[in-house]
Design a protein around this ligand. Structure first.
Ligand code: GZL
Length: 318
């Protein structure tokens, strides 16, 4: 035994070096990413949060998640906290388009790249953020208008349920839809109110509109499925058949929305894909590595009506 240890003694440094040489490189420091989410206002938002959280886990990203609970000031505060923590990158899903310039300047000073995801911001200097990843809300509004004009022959009185006041999707879905129906003089919005993208508020706004307009309307255009699903509760409580007595067009295509189309309660849902995780972290990885990324990346959105909703349901991911 003594002979063996005396022979092996001089070898042990080589053994250690050999082990180190072949040991996997110490895992690169995990990327630290701060994500300031709007809140949990809708089924779409829940799917978006799930995608961001699950993809971060899959990629070993250290995600600092902040739920702003629908309050812009909470989002700004969360971004300041991410800057103080020295994260590698920040992702924001801006509740509203305004008020972002000061904190984005602070992030720029701290040399922390910011990715604007889902909803746009209004800033005087586009270099304050690295890129935008989201859906084209104007295209969604146009798709809804075109579908409705075809389905109604360009005739009907529309009640509009708007999303969160001052948010990019509400602004663009309203503007582009109005432009899309402008060429049909007998197809017009007779009233428009915000339900803040929330189901309960969609129901309450629809109750108030039913009281105000009685049966002097034919169509509901909702900026998201949660408000449309809330409106359906009010329409049914008023003894009307959604999808038949009242034509309903909505946006998001969450599973419940596509199911309502298959059930004939919603006539058309324009898709707005919330599964941003992979795209968002691909962009983070590139930006942190100093590689170029597209300034704007838009998701491809489809549309569901009676012709394709039932067949689409089994493979819907959100
Ligand atoms: C759209 C997203 C909107 C959804 C709503 O990309 O910002 O916010 O349409 C969600 O359901 O609340």
């Amino acid at each position: 035994m003594k002979l063996l240890t005396s022979l092996c003694r001089p070898l042990w440094p080589c053994v250690v070096l050999a082990l180190l040489a072949f040991a996997p490189a110490a895992s690169a420091k995990a990327l630290k990413v701060g994500f300031a989410q709007t809140g949990a206002e809708s089924g779409w938002r829940t799917a978006n949060t799930d995608s961001m959280k699950s993809e971060a886990v899959a990629r070993g990203i250290d995600l600092k998640f902040a739920d702003a609970q629908g309050k812009p000031e909470n989002q700004i505060r969360a971004v300041r906290s991410f800057i103080a923590q020295g994260v590698d990158a920040i992702i924001i899903a801006p509740i509203v388009t305004t008020g972002w310039e000061p904190v984005l300047r602070e992030a720029k000073q701290a040399k922390i790249p910011v990715i604007v995801m889902d909803r746009a911001v209004q800033v005087s200097d586009e270099s304050l953020y690295a890129c935008f990843i989201g859906s084209d809300f104007a295209e969604e509004g146009r798709m809804a208008a075109d579908w409705l004009a075809k389905y109604t022959g360009g005739k009907g009185r529309i009640l509009e349920l708007q999303g969160t006041t001052g948010s990019d999707p509400a602004n663009e879905r309203r503007r582009a839809f109005a432009e899309g129906i402008a060429k049909y003089p007998d197809l017009k919005v007779i009233d428009s109110q915000s339900g803040d993208f929330q189901r309960q508020q969609g129901k309450e706004v629809m109750e108030a509109l039913l009281k105000k307009h009685g049966r002097d309307f034919d169509i509901v255009y909702s900026h998201n499925d949660d408000m449309a699903l809330g409106a359906i509760q009010a329409i049914e409580a008023a003894g009307l058949k959604p999808g038949k007595d009242v034509i309903i067009v909505s946006i998001d295509a969450i599973k419940e929305g596509v199911t309502a189309v298959a059930d004939g309660k919603i006539n058309c849902v324009v898709e707005c894909n919330p599964l941003f995780g992979p795209k968002a972290y691909d962009a983070v990885a590139k930006i942190v590595a100093g590689q170029p990324v597209p300034r704007k990346q838009y998701n491809k959105d489809g549309l569901f009506d009676a012709t394709n909703a039932a067949a689409a349901l089994p493979t819907r991911q959100y």
